[in-house]
Design a protein around this ligand. Sequence first.
Ligand code: GDP
Length: 355
Amino acid sequence: VKNELGRDAVILRTRSYRKGRLWGLFGGRNVWEVRASANDRQIEGTYYPHPHEGARQPIDVPAPQNARSDVDAQVGQIKRMVEALLTMQSAPTQMPTELKALREHLGQQDVHEEIAAEILKDLSLNLTGKELEDPRVLGECLVEKLADRILTRDCSDKVDGCRISALIGPTGVGKTTTIAKLAANHKLREGKRVGMITIDTYRIAAVDQLKIYAEIIDVPLHVVLTAGELKSAIESMRDFDVILIDTAGRSQYDRLRLSQLSGFIKAADPHDVHLVMAATAGRAAMNSTLERFVQLGANSVIVTKLDEATACGSVLNIADAGKLPISFVTTGQDVPDDIQPADARRLARCIVEGN
Ligand code: GDP
């Protein structure tokens, strides 16, 4: 398969069956069927177990267009898992004790196995035996490696005119609370002119919640029902420094509402589209959220509820799976204090030191 498709090829499926007269019941011979994929094409072919019996016959099978990126993503993930497992299997004999202890620690910090395996591999290649035995050197190097993988985005940089930020994400992750924290910090600590907009297509209680925050922080809040109203609300606050847009929580499983949300995002044309994700979410929920919401143009992630997560590793997992930079992390329900701009080294230290 690698000869045919190159070194990145991955076997998707194999099966063996008997081919020959009367469905293989009498006579015939064993055949292996192999389906494999590389980045841009798939092949399917039959291989006979004894080279002298017959030649392989790979047939090019074009992957279905819309499924290709899904397949690529899944194949990539499976490949990394398999590599991680192989590293794990070889671990007992080959891995130095210090790295084994690190692997356990990263596991306790909820870092996904394949990421931990890549980091350990990296460390073992870059550090000498002596350095591996020095906990200080090992710890520092681990912080570096982890920080390298946590991309961050500085949202305090200057933009031309008013900075527009929208928060999207599933319900209950903390969007409204985070908007209130951001608004309060911009207004009360940085002295900026701040406006808030909420999209109320379903008349949910979140609007009332934001109204209360708007009154306390003393910033105007526009409640809009359509993309046109959203544009007008933005226009009316063009001379402000910051406009924050809250979007009603959308279940990531609801495609119709997501497309509606996509229309709002296009109309607002924000500088920042923060995808809000809770550090407490499990792996399946995390992947499904990323899959649905990244399409809406998210360009950064806000990780919430870090205080409720058992460990900090989820930040690394989210950064790694989403390939999006982290802009802020939130660590509690208190408005405005429990929010910080993401700091890769600080988050890496949190994983290494376990707090
Ligand atoms: P939304 O539906 O995404 O707008 O979520 P909300 O802002 O209404 O928040 C849902 C719940 O999560 C509320 O009880 C918030 O107080 C809580 N919450 C938000 N951020 C955090 C956080 O960083 N830590 C903790 N522990 N709770 C949070």
